[in-house]
Design a protein around this ligand. Structure first.
Ligand code: GCO
Ligand code: MN
Ligand code: MN
Length: 389
């Protein structure tokens, strides 16, 4: 099979809220009809090669649906999953749309709202479990502030921790065996969001009651909004063994929350990201948390979804070419200077190693004069990306 044709083995997933996005924005109403969950699954079936679909509780069952309506929606959804072979990969809670969450959910200043948010999450976990979701995402959409007079951010963090501890225990109690993935974002919809970056969550996780159950769900756009290097955020998660899920999309710096098709704004960054994921054999879901331009009709939404997956596969192929490119390999040999003895000395502390290191002479001028042909390396990288031989 052509390596540019996606297959369910690639674990590409989309959310009901992404391909089902009707094109509403703060300045205008929908430009596309609202689709039912079953219709969205059918659309994903037409895209071809999609592994799974993800949902917030209320993407599937509206917050005010009656029990009978909920059953009907779930039955229709289940049938669509069966006819398309698409699986439910991840589930999450909508803790941001309803006005009750205007001041946050787990971090709200109102104890009753906090309790409701935890209850809503437990029910949403039940719903996710019913459809076999193994990953449960937490995105604190309204966990933040416009004025720091409103609440003590240390207390907000403690409230968030308590909620997660409670929900981890619920996960164990029910035997769901879900992995929790925490998603950071610096702003939008709040002026300032708590846990603004993936690094914030990596610092929180070891303070939880069940740290093994909890990892992160970094999103390209969210780190780029903060002007950060997304590949480095993912690297931090990978090296901590915490990359449980990933949200792929794109974002131009200094703009509103764009959620562009993966790789469409900054293909070079996207390349280094895909290379990192592939070099480190990330085997989780690759979720495209993006949506089609507001101008797109149904056919163009399908092209958008295909474009996300195709871009990933193109970059995966480029990473393979980069890794075996003769010029790149030659340059990497020059750049990486290995010294087994020294590496052993500096990676294992002992009093003897310390005194040996203290006794060594380093020729700073000679070290500083060694060549680092990064210009050549970067130009070669761009040439590979541009398809030059
Ligand atoms: C955003 C977020 C969301 C979350 C989703 C899953 O910017 O709105 O990326 O799309 O990923 O709510 O938790
Ligand atoms: Mn986002
Ligand atoms: Mn996201």
């Amino acid at each position: 099979m052509n390596s540019l044709s996606p297959s369910p083995r690639d674990k590409f997933t989309f959310g009901l809220w992404t391909v089902g996005n009707p094109g509403r924005d703060p300045f205008g109403g929908p430009t596309r009809p609202m689709l039912t969950p079953a219709e969205i699954v059918d659309l994903l079936g037409e895209v071809n090669g999609v592994h799974g679909v993800n949902f917030h509780d209320n993407d599937l069952v509206p917050i005010d649906a009656s029990a009978r309506e909920a059953e009907q929606i779930k039955t229709d959804f289940r049938k669509a999953l069966r006819r398309t072979g698409i699986k439910v990969a991840m589930a999450t809670t909508n803790l941001f749309t309803d006005p009750v969450f205007k001041d946050g959910a787990f971090t709200s200043n109102d104890a009753e709202v906090r309790a409701y948010a935890i209850q809503k999450t437990m029910r949403a976990m039940d719903l996710g479990a019913e459809f076999g979701a193994r990953i449960y995402v937490f995105w604190g959409g309204r966990e933040g502030a416009e004025t720091d007079g409103a609440k003590d951010p240390v207390q907000a963090e403690a409230r968030f921790r308590h909620a997660l501890n409670f929900l981890c225990a619920y996960n164990l109690d029910r035997g769901y065996r879900m992995k929790f993935a925490l998603e950071a974002k610096p702003n939008e919809p709040r002026g300032h969001m708590y846990f603004a970056t993936t690094g914030h969550f990596l610092a929180l996780i070891p303070t939880l009651d069940h740290p093994d159950m909890v990892g992160v769900n970094p999103e390209v756009a969210h780190e780029h909004m903060a002007g950060l290097n997304f590949t480095h955020a993912v690297a931090a998660a990978l090296s901590a063994g915490k990359l449980f899920h990933i949200d792929l999309n794109d974002q131009e710096p200094g703009r509103y929350d764009q959620d562009y098709r993966f790789g469409s704004a900054n293909p070079k960054q996207a390349f280094f990201l895909v290379k990192l994921l592939e070099d480190h054999r990330y085997d989780g879901f690759r979720h495209f948390d993006a949506h089609a331009y507001r101008t797109a009709d149904r056919a163009d939404v399908i092209e958008f979804a295909r474009g996300c997956m195709r871009m990933y596969l193109i970059l995966r192929e480029k990473a393979r070419l980069w890794n075996k490119d003769r010029e790149v390999r030659r340059l990497l040999k020059v750049i990486h200077r290995h010294d087994r003895a020294l590496e052993r000395l500096t990676t294992g502390y002992s009093a003897r190693a310390a005194s040996r290191l203290l006794a060594m002479d380093f020729d700073r001028a000679e070290l500083a004069a060694r060549e680092l042909p990064y210009e050549r390396l970067d130009q070669r990288t761009i040439e590979i990306l541009m398809g030059m031989k």
